[in-house]
Design a protein around this ligand. Structure first.
Ligand SMILES: [Ca+2]
Length: 191
């Protein structure tokens, strides 16, 4: 201590150094605490980590499964739509009704698909697996069932069926797999 320093006061150099030393001791202390508290991973920590990783892995696999299933569903629906459209195109090539004075609703006597010649001949038609008019199986149709419903409908409400011919027929073509409908297409034809 120099002669000019007050006995009760710390020197400026000590006051500047002290905080650093305190910080140093604190850091070492904290480091020592960490070493004491975490000498390594405990069994509990390992178990929890394993559980978390397991849960995340299951979630990731589930997400992948859903995505794959979604892709398969989309592919099946796209194929079903093609097959339904093929039937609609086949029906829409034909006239509104049989060219007789007393047309029947549904196939006339002796008609089969190869000789269907008007729209309502397809009433309640169904094929499984779907085939074309010549009987050739359609690609991707394995396990699918295609069905057709033809109805008279009200001119001012196309969703309402009519018991009599009012000049409009509704055609619905559906494709299902195992009883589950994949696609349903609807159109109307006018007399
Ligand atoms: Ca006919």
């Amino acid at each position: 201590m120099s002669a000019t320093q007050h006995p009760g006061k710390r020197s400026p150099s000590r006051s500047r150094v002290a905080p650093q030393r305190r910080l140093g001791r604190w850091s070492l202390h904290c480091g020592a605490m960490r070493l004491r508290r975490h000498p390594g991973y405990t069994l509990v920590e390992v178990a929890i980590s394993t559980l978390i990783v397991g849960v995340l892995l299951v979630a990731a696999l589930n997400t992948t499964g859903y995505a794959t299933r979604g892709q398969i569903d989309n592919k099946q629906r796209a194929q079903a739509k093609l097959i339904a459209n093929a039937m609609l195109a086949e029906i829409l090539e034909l006239p509104y009704q049989e060219r007789t004075t007393t047309p029947a609703f549904g196939p006339e006597t002796g008609e089969a698909r190869a000789t269907y010649d008007d729209v309502d001949d397809y009433m309640l038609f169904s094929d499984s697996p779907p085939v074309d008019k010549q009987g050739v199986a359609l690609a991707g149709g394995e396990g699918l069932t295609r069905s057709v419903v033809v109805s008279y409908v009200e001119p001012d409400n196309l969703t309402a069926t009519s018991n009599t011919d009012k000049g409009i027929k509704r055609i619905v073509v559906s494709v299902a797999r195992g009883g589950t409908q994949l696609v349903s297409l609807t159109t109307v034809v006018v007399k």
